[in-house]
Write a protein that binds this ligand. Structure first.
Ligand SMILES: [Zn+2]
Length: 156
């Protein structure tokens, strides 16, 4: 859902949303690492074979397998951390044309209100979220979902 964020509360609201996202990332991060590592290890017989040949020495197969699993988990852990960092640094709010009379945003950027079809000049900033924690924070600030073109076809 798109939630309109008035300029006067933007800074405080954004801080809380970023804190909430950080909490979510802390929970999601180990899950991503476990699932992605498990998937890669399950799918990578060929990689393991190359690994095996490359390190062919006096070591037993168990050591190699442990090394392979550890290397995969390490690579996945670093890649996931980088990805979450990229996600958490991108801007939180998007700007759209806005109809204050209908509380509707011009999501498809056609320049018209999706409800009353008035042509729009006013712009506003919106948070897009699907997370309950963030929707709860918005409610505490007295903010709710704005209508948007795709969810509210014209002539309705
Ligand atoms: Zn309107």
């Amino acid at each position: 859902m798109h939630i309109r964020v008035p300029g006067e509360i933007e800074a405080a609201f954004e801080r809380e949303i970023r804190k909430e996202r950080f909490r979510l990332h802390l929970v999601v991060y180990p899950v991503i690492v476990v699932i992605a590592s498990g998937f890669l290890i399950g799918q990578s017989h060929k990689v393991y074979y190359l690994f095996h040949r490359f390190f062919e020495s006096g070591e037993g197969n168990d050591d190699l397998a442990i090394g392979f699993v550890a290397a995969t988990v390490a690579v996945v852990a670093v890649a996931s951390l980088w990805w979450l960092r990229v996600l958490s640094r991108r801007p939180l709010l998007d700007t759209y044309l806005y109809c204050s009379k209908c509380d509707a945003l011009d999501f498809d950027e056609v320049g018209q209100c999706p409800c009353c079809e008035k042509s729009l000049k006013e712009k506003a900033q919106f948070l897009f979220t699907i997370y309950d924690g963030e929707i709860e924070i918005a409610k505490r600030y007295g903010l709710g979902e704005s209508k948007r073109s795709s969810s509210q076809p014209p002539h309705s």
